[in-house]
Ligand binder design. Structure first.
Ligand SMILES: *Cc1c(COP(=O)(O)O)cnc(C)c1O
Length: 419
C-alpha cells in the first residue's frame, strides 16, 4: 500500500483517470490535488490489517481537516481525533451527531471542554492533573459525566524528528508513566469523571515501528496496575504516528505493528483505538506549482515557483523531504536546483539540490503532501490560501476554493474607519 498517486502514460501524468495538466489548466497553480481512491484504499488497507481486532480508527483531523476529506472518513466508519474546538466543529459539520471523537491536546480551554461535553464525545485524552480538575468542574456545572483516558507519556524514543517526537519525558505531552496511576486514582474519586481508557501517542512519522513495542509494553503494565486497583477501562488508545515513505525510506510492514498489538494488548479484551493521520492521507495528495523563473549563479541554481513555505510548511519547519517531479519535462539531468518560493525568508524552500530540467512555465508536482500540507498553510506575505481539488476516477472537482484578496482583508477592512 501507500503507492504514489502519480501515473505516467505516454508523456502525460495522471491521478486516477485525470490528466494533471487538465487540472492545472482549469484551476490554476499552486493547488493541492488529492486522489479519493488512494484515501479509500489506505483506510481499507488498515481496516483489513486490523480485522481480527476490536478496533476504532480515529482519523487525526489535524493532518488534513478539509470537510470533504473528513466526510470520506466518516463514510468509512472512522471516528476522529481532534485537538481543538475548531476541529470539533469541523467534524460536527460533516457528522452532526458523531460520538466517535477523542479529544487530545495539552491546552484544552474551558469553552472547548464545554463544547466537547455538550456533544458527548467518546473521550477526553487528559494530559495533566489541572486539566482533569477543569474537566470535572465543567462537567459538574453542565450536569454531565466526562469520559476520560489519561494520556501516558511512556518515555520511549520514537526516533523521529525532534519536533514531532512526543513520547520522551522532556516533552510537554501526557503524564509521566510514574505518575499515571496516582492520577487515575484521583480521577476515580471525581464525581463527574468516568474513566474509560488509557492513551498514548509517542510521535509522528515513525518509519521503524519497533518503538511502539516499548510503548505497548508500558501500557500493558499500567493496565495491569489499574486492574489491581479495581480501575477498569473500556479502550486502549495507541495514538497515531505510523510513518510513510517520502524518500524511499524503508517502513516496517503494518503486520509487524498489528502483531505487536496482538502480542501485548489483545489479552485485555478492550477496544483498540488508533489515531493515524499521515498514514491515511499523506500519500494521497500532491501540490501543483508553476515555474516562474530559473535563476542561475556560479555555485547555486534556483527554480523559483509560485508555491511557497506558506502553502507547504514542512520543508521549512522540519527540513522535510518531498519528491519533486517536473510534469512538463521528466528527462534526467545533471543540473542541480533548489526549488524555492517568492517569500522573503531564506527558509522559504520546497526542496534542495534536486537534479532536474526546468524552464519557465513548467508544472512541477510536489509529492506526498496530503498530510500536514494544506492544514499547516498560512496567509504569510498576504498570499491567499490555494485551492484543494479532489480526483475521483475520471472526475475532478474543487473541495476548497482559492482564497481571494477580499477573504484576506475581511476582518480588517470594516475596522479601517475606526483607526
Ligand atoms: C498528531 C497526532 C496524531 C496523528 O499523528 P500521525 O503521525 O499523523 O499519525 C495522533 N494523535 C495525537 C495525539 C497527535 O497529536
Amino acid at each position: 500500500m501507500n503507492k504514489s498517486i502519480l501515473r505516467q502514460e505516454s508523456n502525460q501524468y495522471f491521478i486516477e483517470d485525470v490528466k494533471l495538466n487538465d487540472i492545472a489548466q482549469k484551476f490554476g497553480t499552486p493547488a493541492y490535488v488529492y486522489s479519493k481512491k488512494n484515501i479509500l484504499d489506505q483506510i481499507n488497507f488498515l481496516q483489513s490489517a486490523l480485522s481480527d481486532i476490536d478496533h476504532l480508527i480515529c482519523f487525526a483531523v489535524k493532518a488534513n481537516s478539509n470537510l470533504s476529506i473528513l466526510k470520506i472518513f466518516k463514510e468509512s466508519d472512522c471516528g476522529f481525533d481532534i485537538v481543538s474546538g475548531g476541529e470539533l466543529q469541523r467534524v460536527l459539520t460533516v457528522d452532526s451527531s458523531n460520538s466517535k471523537i477523542v479529544f487530545s491536546g495539552v491546552g484544552k480551554t474551558v469553552s472547548e471542554i464545554e463544547m466537547a461535553l455538550n456533544n458527548n464525545i467518546l473521550a477526553f485524552n487528559v494530559e495533566s492533573e489541572e486539566e482533569l480538575i477543569r474537566i470535572n468542574n465543567i462537567s459538574k456545572r453542565l450536569s454531565k459525566t466526562a469520559k476520560i483516558s489519561i494520556r501516558v507519556n511512556p518515555n520511549v524514543d520514537a526516533k523521529t524528528h525532534p519536533y514531532i517526537s512526543t513520547g520522551l519525558k522532556d516533552n510537554k505531552f501526557g503524564i509521566d508513566e510514574t505518575n499515571a496511576i496516582s492520577l487515575y486514582k484521583k480521577a476515580a474519586a471525581l464525581e463527574h469523571i468516568k474513566i474509560t481508557g488509557i492513551d498514548c501517542h509517542i510521535g509522528s512519522q515513525l518509519t521503524d515501528l519497533s518503538p511502539f513495542e516499548d510503548a505497548f509494553i508500558k501500557l500493558a503494565s499500567l493496565i495491569d496496575e489499574l486492574e489491581s486497583n479495581q480501575i477498569s477501562i473500556e479502550h486502549i488508545d495507541i495514538g497515531g504516528g505510523i510513518g510513510i515513505s517520502y524518500n524511499n525510506e524503508e517502513i516496517s510492514p503494518i503486520d509487524f505493528y498489528v502483531q505487536m498489538i496482538k502480542k501485548h494488548l489483545l489479552k485485555y479484551n478492550k477496544k483498540i483505538i488508533l489515531e493515524p493521520g499521515r498514514f491515511l492521507i499523506g500519500k494521497a495528495g500532491l501540490m501543483l506549482t508553476n515555474v516562474e523563473f530559473i535563476k542561475k549563479s556560479d555555485h547555486k541554481n534556483f527554480v523559483i515557483v509560485d508555491a511557497a513555505m506558506n502553502d507547504l510548511m514542512r520543508p521549512s519547519l522540519y527540513n522535510a523531504f518531498h519528491e519533486v517531479i517536473n510534469l512538463s519535462n521528466s528527462k534526467e539531468s545533471n543540473d542541480s536546483f533548489d526549488i524555492v518560493g517568492p517569500i522573503c525568508e531564506t527558509g522559504d524552500f520546497l526542496a534542495k539540490e534536486r537534479y532536474m530540467h526546468a524552464n519557465q512555465g513548467d508544472i512541477l508536482a510536489i509529492m506526498d503532501v496530503g498530510a500536514y500540507g494544506f492544514s499547516m498553510s498560512s496567509n504569510y506575505n498576504t498570499r491567499p490560501r490555494i485551492p484543494e481539488i479532489m480526483v475521483d476516477q475520471d472526475n475532478f472537482y474543487l473541495i476548497r476554493e482559492r482564497e481571494n484578496f477580499s477573504d484576506l482583508i475581511a476582518h480588517e477592512e470594516k475596522l479601517l474607519e475606526r483607526s
